[in-house]
Design a protein around this ligand. Structure first.
Ligand SMILES: [Zn+2]
Length: 263
């Protein structure tokens, strides 16, 4: 069986358009629709207040018309209230600029607040839709890291130091691996290490490489956290979308983690 379809975002259109959409889907031979990818602000319009009525109606409509559903976890684009109430969830660029709302993907992958809020939304989606007859797949987040693959905020800096502590054990070993005898870069403690933020000239290449690895691991941790929440309540297959040879995320490590931990 080969499914045929794509993303469908009817929450961006008036309700009376949906029936026409479904009619055209049938004419086009569409058998699968990915829904809810950017619906967090609709599903949780205020912190802790959920509105699933429109998604209930949508899934029922698709099911009644023979279209299977790849249901997204909706965590790829947090609603503005998250930034207002928890500004530390907003990511910071290499130049120290904290990114704002009004676009998408404005979250720090290391943020425990973001991860907790995302996890709670996923838990409620699974609770509500795990048994829905239209459900064919779960679609976790969306294009991890496509805009914000690295975050240089203080939360991420602390997580990076912990990642380095686990990797190297001692700051002496980090100094050896990073070649910090060069240009007076020697560290006396992990607390002195920062993400490779904007700097006067060439940055330490091993610091850059480790920050790339760390950043991919943080996104993978976000993915696996959502997978864990889904698996606790649903046996339906889980997927996410990769972007070819997207350099910022180590898809080989993701593939291995998926084989070993998700099955
Ligand atoms: Zn961050």
């Amino acid at each position: 069986m080969i499914w045929y379809g794509g993303d469908y975002n009817p929450e961006q259109w008036p309700r009376d358009v949906w029936d026409e959409d479904v009619r055209l889907m049938q004419r086009g031979g569409i058998t699968l629709a990915t829904v809810g990818v950017f619906s967090w602000a609709r599903l949780e319009p205020r912190e802790g207040e959920y509105d699933f009525g429109w998604l209930d109606e949508l899934l029922d409509l698709l099911h009644a018309n023979g279209v299977r559903v790849d249901l997204a976890t909706a965590t790829a684009s947090p609603p503005p209230w998250l930034a207002l109430r928890h500004p530390e969830t907003l990511p910071v660029t290499v130049d120290g600029v904290r990114l704002g709302v009004g676009s998408r993907q404005q979250y720090c992958p290391s943020s425990p607040v973001y991860r907790a809020k995302a996890g709670e939304l996923v838990r409620r989606l699974v609770e509500r839709y795990a048994g829905h007859p239209a459900l064919e797949l779960w679609h976790v987040n969306n294009e991890y890291g496509c805009h914000v693959s690295h975050c240089y905020c203080e939360v991420s800096a602390a997580a990076f130091r912990e990642w380095l502590r686990v990797k190297y054990g001692t700051v002496e070993e980090l100094n050896r691996a990073w070649g910090t005898a060069f240009w007076s870069q020697r560290y006396d403690a992990f607390e002195e290490v920062e993400p490779p933020r904007a700097a006067p000239t060439f940055k330490n290449p091993t610091q850059l490489l480790d920050f790339d690895r760390f950043s991919s691991d943080e996104l993978l941790a976000c993915y696996l956290a959502e997978v864990g929440v889904i698996r606790a309540g649903s046996g339906v297959p889980i997927t996410t979308n990769f972007m070819g040879f997207f350099k910022a995320v180590d898809y080989w490590a993701w593939g291995a983690a998926r084989r070993h931990r998700v099955g």
